[in-house]
Design a protein around this ligand. Structure first.
Ligand SMILES: [Zn+2]
Length: 160
């Protein structure tokens, strides 16, 4: 049937590493700039209680704008020497795709600052295999962008 999807704008898969943020409020502000976003926590561990960015604090702060998908965690996160091993990629991807089908825009979140060193890159690439028209976009979160009304863009933020 025609009309199953309207003229689709290119779907975005955002990604962010929270290392460098002051606390989870930075993350909330940045996530709020993406319509219908859902922060998809891809850490294998929810973090220690009572410290910033642990899973229960994020759930309190972001409500249903937050989802911890342990299946997308890296089982070898303690060792840089071992290859990354995602707990259950297929199951995790299915959970993220369900969110996308429900109209949410995922923000893949881990601690690591460098996307290319982080297993969330593997997760993002696996999503791209299912959604070849999507684009991976770094979530802008620095002080310059938080108070900037311009929509998030995949272009780097240029100084002035
Ligand atoms: Zn990571």
């Amino acid at each position: 049937m025609e009309g199953m999807t309207n003229q689709s704008t290119k779907a975005a898969i955002y990604e962010v590493g929270y290392r460098g943020m002051k606390n989870e409020r930075d993350l909330k502000l940045a996530a709020a700039r993406v319509a219908n976003s859902i922060v998809v926590d891809v850490r294998i561990s929810p973090g220690r209680p009572f410290i910033p960015f642990n899973s229960s604090r994020l759930r309190d702060l972001l409500g249903d704008g937050y989802l911890w998908v342990r299946d997308l965690g890296n089982l070898n996160y303690r060792s840089y020497d071992e290859p990354k091993k995602i707990a259950d990629l297929e199951s995790g991807i299915t959970q993220v795709l369900a969110q996308i089908e429900a109209g949410r825009t995922p923000i893949l979140m881990c601690a690591c600052g460098d996307f290319h060193e982080c297993h969330r890159r593997d997760v993002a690439l696996a999503l791209l295999e299912r959604l070849p028209d999507a684009a991976i976009v770094p979530l802008p979160w620095g002080p310059k962008t938080l108070f900037d009304d311009a929509p998030p863009s995949c272009a780097p933020v240029s100084p002035e």
